[in-house]
Write a protein of this length. Structure first.
Length: 152
């Protein structure tokens, strides 16, 4: 995947750290799941928790419509175009603020892939899971188990 230009509102790391050390950070979570394949998760390649499995997600930029943020994150993190569906719920991340990181709140949306066939392989760094893997953020494990009924 080639590097896409950063969206308006993208913050340099020092400014990001300064702001989000004091206020909550609104995020979106891209939940792609099917009864046949389970849920699509990716490995984190940036701090914190490099190497952990997670629901693809990211920060909503200033003045960015939430549905557009979901589509941007799906393209950036998965290389996939998606239709944004139902809001499945929210995910609080106490593990972040209890460890001195930031205070994200994720809005999790059901998404349908529109840019690849339903049986296409998982994108690079991703995998399909019908059972939730070890190394998944605990907050996301609880959410996916409760909301999608996926076992560990």
């Amino acid at each position: 995947m080639s590097e896409r230009p950063r969206p308006p509102g993208w913050l340099p790391k020092p400014e990001y750290d300064s702001i989000y050390s004091r206020v909550p950070r609104l995020c979106v979570e891209v939940v792609i799941a099917t009864p046949e394949r389970g849920v699509l998760l990716t490995r984190r390649d940036i701090p914190p928790n490099v190497g952990a499995w997670h629901i693809p997600g990211g920060t909503v930029m200033f003045a960015e419509p939430v549905a557009q943020a979901v589509q941007r994150v799906a393209l950036d993190e998965l290389g996939l175009e998606v239709d944004v569906g139902e809001l499945l719920g929210h995910i609080d991340y106490p593990s972040h603020y209890l460890n001195g990181l930031d205070s994200p709140v994720g809005l999790a949306f059901a998404c349908t892939v529109t840019s690849a066939p339903a049986d296409a392989p998982a994108p690079d760094g991703g995998a399909w899971f019908s059972r939730l893997p070890g190394g998944l953020y605990e907050e996301q494990r609880e959410f996916l188990a409760r909301r999608l009924g996926l076992p560990s």
